[in-house]
Design a protein around this ligand. Structure first.
Ligand code: GLC
Length: 708
């Protein structure tokens, strides 16, 4: 038994032993990743590219565990060194049990929820033959036109960092009930979310300051949490495409953060260097990418040119060794050499378990944001409503609830049938007469006058209207940017017609991004923003509508009044003339602020106080639930630093906590600050700078100024 085959040997010893035995061809094979079977990728392994069992990784394989193990067996028993393949997939918010999309998870302001979602997703995906997920996406985003905001955790770097770490822990840290572990992948590194004008795959012009203040911190948090892989991004970052950006992949990721896993390129991004105007020479593309720190090449096969590059001396072997060493390290750490095969289990035993579905329902309820609730229309007490109208294109559509990143759907396999609002409503209003009408399609515009009129007439005959609208699932996700963020198609027309009935209207809005509510929200009494709530979203929404659950979510991203305000985000920098400079034709404030969200109970913040103790600054206040229902309050702490050598945002989030209180009870909430750490800022070189001076801490509707 060679050291690399001995599980009792330390990982580093196994890595170096195995590396020393590999030929150049075997090393290059480890840096390649392909898909197998039907796919549009010309580099697919199939007729023109026979399966090479020495390949490093296969992704997006949904052919089932038996077939996956058969390929793995060829790698283990059919090659000289028996190096296992690592199988990757986009397990973005669930595998079979589909959970709320990431932006919805961030609305919970509860990273523990994401940790548990990732843990269950890992357990399900592992039994599907997956060793590695291309998740979490941790990019801060200021531009809702960029459709991938749905995959991220909103606009704040501290929030994104907490959720990134939680997702990594969920995927990678086994628990007694879920020993299955899959490698996490922080993506897309870095700055892709700043794509010009909200396009996809676009150029990004990001200052060093912005990189260190906004875009890098969530990745650092994920690396500190132990993420085993990172995915470099599609965008050209300030003239150097991310996949060949040595400063980011080696300078920051390895030299500053000591990341020891491997970096995979995004789908054909090495080949795309030609389109970006970097190089049309495949060998030059491959050499530039691997020497910059990108270790594995996703599906375009350009890294096949590395063998000739090494043979000719155009690539020093040390770069190839570095990449292969990192890939082998992750494979050893994942235990793939000891457990290369996926056990074949009864799907009912490992997928869609009752406790998973129950958790999906609870987590969806924790992510839906109550934006408006005039006259406390909600919760709807069933005994009060005899005639209910359920209207809208989302009333009987599950796709919009499931969202845009469904790994299995990518393989043409829909997850198990997901209940729609129409499927579940009668369970909540058993005595009521319920009538449904689509009102309009998701996208057709102008809407069909007759169907809108029919819906409006139904509303007029009802005691209350539940209006289900929003973005269809296929309008969000990759390559689905929008220049117009309003409700698509004729939906605004429908809202106006239904609201004109004069009956109370509750709007359920599904979306993968902030949408423009101006001109629509004013017409209805209550709005529950459900995002893309996953497989149990319909029941979760009605749990909230009827009070079986209490809303506690907050917006992790600003909702603009108009797309002309974009980019708009809460932690913006100050203006030279704060009272001037705003638009002449539109209010400066957003439609809904970052952090906005209502509850069915009320909370008060009182007795805000500050003291210094053991070199720390302790700030406390009393939080009380002054309403009649239990509820959870998201306490957000903001810091303002009014004078700094490098000007600071008018305010930025430095901490948040979610606190549950029974009615009539209260609790002391505390924030302990270490000045050098918590009152410092990151400058454009990435260094932390602490400048003594005056600071303002604010939370809820109170603030406190102090010297530090
Ligand atoms: C896609 C996405 C990336 C995904 C990868 C594999 O193009 O950009 O997020 O993980 O390809 O499907």
């Amino acid at each position: 038994m060679h050291p690399y085959q001995n599980p009792d040997c330390p990982v580093e010893e196994r890595v170096s032993d195995l590396l020393s035995r590999m030929t150049t061809a075997e090393k290059v094979a480890q840096t390649l990743q392909f898909t197998i079977g039907k796919d549009t990728t010309p580099n697919n392994i199939g007729a023109d590219h026979p399966f090479d069992p020495r390949v490093g990784s296969i992704l997006s394989f949904y052919g089932g565990v038996t077939e996956r193990n058969a390929y793995q067996k060829l790698a283990i028993e059919g090659t000289r060194l028996g190096i296992p393949i690592i199988w990757g997939a986009d397990v973005i918010h669930g595998w079979q049990t589909i959970f709320p999309a990431a932006i919805a998870q961030a609305s919970s302001f509860d990273p523990e929820l994401t940790r548990q979602i990732s843990r269950i997703s890992a357990a399900e995906a592992w039994y599907g033959g997956v060793d590695w997920t291309f998740s979490p996406m941790v990019e801060v985003c200021h531009d809702p036109r960029w459709e991938r905001v749905v995959e991220g955790y909103g606009e704040d770097p501290a929030v994104a960092g907490k959720f990134a770490a939680a997702a990594v822990q969920g995927y990678q840290q086994p628990t007694p009930e879920h020993p299955e572990t899959i490698a996490a992948c922080l993506k897309h590194y870095v700055g892709y979310s700043a794509s010009e004008a909200g396009h996809d795959y676009a150029y990004t012009d990001i200052s060093q300051r912005a990189l260190h203040e906004w875009y890098l911190p969530p990745f650092e948090a994920g690396v500190r949490a132990g993420a085993q892989t990172v995915m470099s991004s599609f965008n050209d970052l300030n003239g150097t495409p991310a996949v060949v950006h040595h400063g980011m992949m080696t300078g920051i990721l390895r030299n500053s953060w000591n990341f020891r896993g491997f970096v995979v390129s995004d789908w054909e991004s090495v080949k795309q260097l030609e389109a970006q105007g970097f190089s049309s020479n495949p060998e030059h593309q491959a050499v530039s990418s691997i020497t910059a720190g990108n270790d594995m090449d996703m599906v375009d096969g350009i890294y096949r040119h590395l063998e000739a590059a090494v043979e000719s001396g155009r690539l020093e072997m040390r770069y190839l060794n570095l990449a292969v060493e990192r890939i082998l390290r992750v494979k050893f750490e994942l235990g793939l050499f000891e457990h290369p095969y996926t056990p074949e289990r009864d799907p009912a035993a490992v997928w869609l378990r009752r406790e998973y579905l129950d958790f999906a329902r609870r987590s969806a309820a924790d992510t839906m944001v109550l934006l408006k609730n005039e006259d406390d229309l909600l919760p709807l007490l069933p005994e009060r409503y005899r005639r209910i109208a359920l209207i809208g294109p989302a009333a009987d559509n599950s796709d919009a609830l499931l969202g845009s990143w469904l790994a299995l759907a990518a393989a043409g396999r829909k997850p198990v049938r997901t209940e729609t609002y129409r499927d579940v409503i009668a369970d909540y209003f058993p005595e009521a007469e319920i009538r449904c009408a689509p009102g309009c399609a998701y996208r057709s515009s102008p809407g069909d006058e007759a169907t809108i009129a029919e819906a409006a007439a139904l509303a007029a005959r009802s005691d209350v209207v539940i209006l289900a609208v929003g973005e269809p699932g296929d309008l969000t996700g990759e390559n689905k940017s929008r220049a117009d963020l309003r409700l698509p198609g004729a939906q605004e027309q429908l809202v106006a017609a239904v609201a004109a009935s004069g009956r109370p209207v509750v709007m359920l809005t599904g979306s993968g991004r902030p949408i423009i509510y101006s001109g629509t929200a004013e017409r209805v009494q209550s709005i529950l923003h459900v995002w893309q709530g996953g497989i149990m979203a319909a029941r979760a929404a009605f749990d909230l509508l009827t009070g079986a659950a209490t809303p506690s979510a907050r917006l992790p991203m600003t909702f603009p009044r108009a797309v002309g305000q974009v980019p708009i985000y809460y932690n913006r920098h100050r203006r030279a003339r704060p009272e001037s400079g705003q638009y002449s034709d539109l209010a400066e404030t957003p439609y809904y602020e970052f952090g906005h969200g209502l509850s069915y109970t009320t909370f008060t913040y009182s007795e805000l106080r500050l003291e210094r103790r053991d070199g720390r600054i302790i700030i406390e206040f009393t939080l009380a639930n002054t309403g009649k229902r239990s509820g959870s309050e998201v306490v957000i702490w903001f810091l303002s630093d009014p004078e700094a050598a490098l000007t600071q945002p008018a305010k930025r989030l430095i901490s948040f906590q979610k606190i549950s209180l029974a009615p009539g009870t209260s609790q002391t909430v505390r924030l302990a600050l270490k000045p050098e750490q918590d009152l410092s800022y990151t400058d454009e070189t990435g260094q932390r700078v602490f400048e003594p001076g005056s600071f303002i801490i604010s939370t809820g509707n109170r603030s406190i100024e102090f010297q530090a």
